[in-house]
Design a protein. Structure first.
Length: 557
């Protein structure tokens, strides 16, 4: 990143108060050396101010009375859900508006020619010349209109824009709504370089987060997560001088989504009310989601039969999850997250296991904060554990002083980082850290897989992979255990998130390429929660010391 050109960037906006995304990008630009916001290209309002009755009349005249009723119900849904979440500490900044006067940059006012459909915008020659004089390297589309004509080529690197939806599955809008209505497992976004082809720009970045149960929560999470990566992409364009990977195009076989019709909004309301009524009823009746763990001894993990696992009974008022086994000092021990319902906190507990049964040994590590996912690694005849400690925003490694219950914090490998479910492996004389980072502030550790590498295990000098996040997809990003292969093959176990369901199932991928600049994996196996009766989910699978360990979720009262 030492060789870069600082980019001169302009943002196309509407002549109104600016939304969160524009303000967030502007504030980030003040603290980076890779680009600067040089101007706002302000699109003057096309229509004259009208009173409410006049606006309604014009809408009905243009689109019909039924579309007015459609819009009325959908706006009611938007306002109701906004009212419910707008004061939430995570989401409230999304609803704030920022006056144009706040942005201390040059402002160029333009008046596009608008198509009869009010969708396409073309810039007049005089406006094009005004913008050319700024000698911009890049323009961000942050305003209304499908841009057409000469404006697309007015800056050296073109115009880039968000689409808040996975354009392979969802083109149109409203952002984040259709995924909730259709109960999709994930909701996507793309950043694309615009072309004349509608919805056919060159996609240079894409990501998918797990779909939330409410439309407005889903859209807010989408905005908060995606804004981080617009900033990162502009920085990357700086030191690659615009040379970016372009995602391949595939035939689009879905409808062009628009504002929902009356029956679709009603269906959304029915589904949402039913979901929340079901959750409320289960809570009133005392039902809880309870994880448990099981294990079995086998010398070949691919031939295991999971229904034959020995199930460890949960301690009173607690559940067990995230199992990892190891054979050390002639003992085979299973380490697990032990979550207590009263304290709302997990500790790391140990169970001695054999093919005939198990024995609880005790608590191995307890802190004032929540711990889970006790990943184990041996190095230079020492045993280390890297439990998840996302609550205190670090990645820490503990050294075993006396196996299996005496451990001591050895080093904090990374600080000021919101990371979960960290795995570290040694490969090609380097240590590779696979971890799930939330780059935003929405407590989402299921969408981004980041890789770091180092020449040493016990160090703070971990270098990021060139393509971080190497996977940005809630259906396969989150780590879900570890397979230690005897054949020197590398595998990664991953969780799959579903609609409103954390840790719904598992998959196993074979790592095909792992270098500082490349990462490739191939999905081999999917593990569904069907190996025991009445289980609903499974999210950790590990193999080590001839032991397979797995967890699963049941709903019990």
């Amino acid at each position: 990143m030492n060789n870069f050109k600082k980019l001169r960037v302009g943002i196309i906006v509407d002549d109104t108060n600016q939304p969160y995304l524009i303000n967030d990008l502007y504030e980030k630009s003040l603290n980076t050396e890779y680009y600067s916001i040089e101007c706002l290209i302000v699109q003057n309002k096309i229509s004259k101010k009208n009173n409410t009755i006049k606006k309604i009349y014009n809408f009905i005249k243009a689109k019909g009375f039924m579309r007015f009723i459609d819009r009325l119900l959908f706006e009611f849904i938007e306002k109701l859900e906004t009212f419910l979440i707008k004061n939430n500490s995570i989401f409230k900044k999304v609803f704030l508006k920022h006056p144009i006067s706040k942005f201390a940059v040059k402002k160029i006012y333009v008046e596009p020619e608008v198509s009869s459909s009010l969708l396409s915008y073309r810039y007049k020659s005089a406006d094009i010349e005004k913008i050319k004089e700024l000698n911009l390297d890049l323009i961000i589309r942050g305003g209304s209109g499908i841009l057409k004509g000469a404006v697309l080529d007015i800056s050296r690197l073109g115009i880039i824009s968000f689409h808040h939806g996975d354009n392979d599955l969802n083109r149109g809008g409203p952002p984040g709504f259709w995924e909730v209505l259709n109960r999709e497992p994930s909701t996507g976004f793309i950043i694309q370089r615009l072309t004349e082809e509608l919805d056919g720009g060159h996609v240079i970045f894409k990501g998918n987060i797990a779909t939330s149960s409410l439309y407005k929560i889903n859209s807010c999470k989408l905005y908060l997560k995606s804004s981080i990566f617009l900033h990162k992409i502009i920085e990357k364009l700086s030191f690659t001088d615009g040379n970016m990977r372009i995602y391949p195009k595939i035939p689009y076989s879905y409808p062009l989504y628009k504002s929902p019709k009356l029956h679709e909004s009603i269906l959304y309301l029915i589904k949402t009310l039913f979901l929340f009524a079901k959750k409320t009823m289960l809570k009133i009746l005392g039902f809880k989601e309870i994880w448990s763990v099981g294990y079995q001894f086998t010398n070949y993990w691919k031939s295991s039969v999971l229904r034959k696992s020995i199930i460890i009974k949960n301690p009173k008022n607690s559940f067990l999850a995230d199992p990892f086994a190891i054979k050390y000092n002639d003992k085979t021990v299973l380490f697990v997250e032990n979550f207590n319902f009263s304290s709302k906190k997990g500790v790391i507990s140990a169970y001695q296991i054999d093919p005939k049964g198990y024995k609880e040994i005790g608590v191995a590590i307890e802190e004032k904060f929540h711990l889970s996912y006790p990943f184990l690694i041996q190095n230079d005849n020492n045993l280390f554990m890297i439990p998840e400690s996302a609550q205190v925003k670090d990645i820490r490694i503990y050294k075993c002083i006396e196996f299996p219950l005496k451990w001591k914090l050895h080093k904090i490998l990374m600080s000021n980082i919101s990371a979960a479910d960290t795995n570290i492996i040694k490969y090609n004389n380097k240590y590779w850290m696979f971890t799930n980072i939330d780059s935003s502030s929405i407590n989402d550790h299921s969408s981004e897989l980041h890789i770091f590498y180092s020449d040493e295990l016990i160090t703070t000098n971990w270098k990021p992979h060139l393509n971080n996040p190497v996977i940005f997809d809630s259906k396969k990003a989150r780590n879900g255990g570890m397979i230690f292969s005897k054949d020197d093959e590398l595998f990664r176990v991953f969780q799959k998130q579903d609609f409103d369901k954390y840790g719904s199932s598992l998959g196993i991928a074979k790592i095909k390429v792992l270098t500082q600049n490349q990462y490739e994996e191939e999905i081999l196996i999917n593990i569904e929660p069907k190996f025991l009766r009445n289980i609903k989910r499974t999210h950790t699978f590990s193999y080590n010391a001839d032991v397979i360990s797995i967890d699963f979720l049941e709903v019990k009262n």
